[in-house]
Design a protein around this ligand. Structure first.
Ligand SMILES: C[S@@+](CC[C@H](N)C(=O)[O-])C[C@H]1O[C@@H](n2cnc3c(N)ncnc32)[C@H](O)[C@@H]1O
Length: 222
């Protein structure tokens, strides 16, 4: 197993599972943000009925499962066997949901499938060099298909490749994964440079309460 997969397996053990139902009593839902019951939903993907959609870094699979539940053909890809195992355990029975353990760029380069939308919620798009990832995604999007991703906004002054630490026990060093942080206008330029159209990057404010960090949401079309 790669160091990256080991790091994300470690992360997986620390994360709580998605709640059984959301505030509206729904058993599946789409969430772009780090806050419960907050922000837009699957409409950002602009999917046609029965559309094919790819989740890069699907984690425990809750968003991809929601898309399958509303009739889409959803494919979830994640590098971590633990994350994917949890996704299989909770959602593996769902029709229209296909889960793969793979690194995102390797998966994109190894498939011939085309997608109506590709998305990532604090997922592989955040943790992969955009110079490798953006062209690989564009190759697999139908003309007009959407790439949408969310992540925490950058810390002021900290741009480009950054270190993310995944804690372990007090006797062990944390594991490190790389992530790519940019201001919204820098993401807009980067996506346009890679041939994407109608690029829009905005920061959605956090919900009322003590936490202040919003969510960066980037939308573009192939
Ligand atoms: C912060 S978690 C978010 C998971 C999920 N999208 C969610 O909203 O709960 C990041 C996920 O991206 C996956 N990941 C990171 N880099 C990846 C890569 N290069 N290829 C595939 N998956 C990756 C990790 O294994 C992890 O499950």
């Amino acid at each position: 197993m790669t160091d990256t997969a080991i790091a994300w397996d470690t992360y997986s053990r620390q994360r709580p599972d998605r709640r059984p139902t959301n505030a509206r009593g729904e058993t599946t839902w789409f969430n772009w943000t780090q806050y419960a019951d907050h922000g837009p939903g699957a409409e950002l993907l602009g999917l046609p009925p029965g559309g094919r959609v790819l989740d890069l870094g699907c984690g425990k699979g809750g968003n991809a499962a929601h898309l399958a539940a509303i009739g889409m053909q959803a494919v979830g890809v994640d590098i971590s066997p633990k994350q994917l195992g949890a996704a299989h355990q909770r959602w593996g029975h769902m029709l229209g949901l296909d889960l793969h353990q793979a690194e995102a760029v390797t998966f994109l380069k190894g498939t011939q499938e085309m997608f109506d939308a590709v998305y990532s919620v604090c997922g592989a798009v955040w943790f992969t060099d955009p110079a490798r990832l953006l062209p690989a995604v564009r190759e697999r999007l139908r003309p007009g298909g959407r790439l949408v991703f969310s992540q925490r906004p950058p810390v002021e002054g900290c741009y480009g490749c950054q270190a993310s630490y995944i804690p372990r026990s007090p006797d062990e060093d944390p594991l490190v994964v790389k992530r790519w942080d940019h201001e919204p206008d820098a993401w807009e330029h980067l996506l346009a440079e890679h041939g994407y159209m109608d690029v829009r990057a905005t920061v959605l404010a956090a919900p009322p309460g003590p936490r202040k960090v919003g969510t960066l949401i980037v939308q573009a079309r192939a």
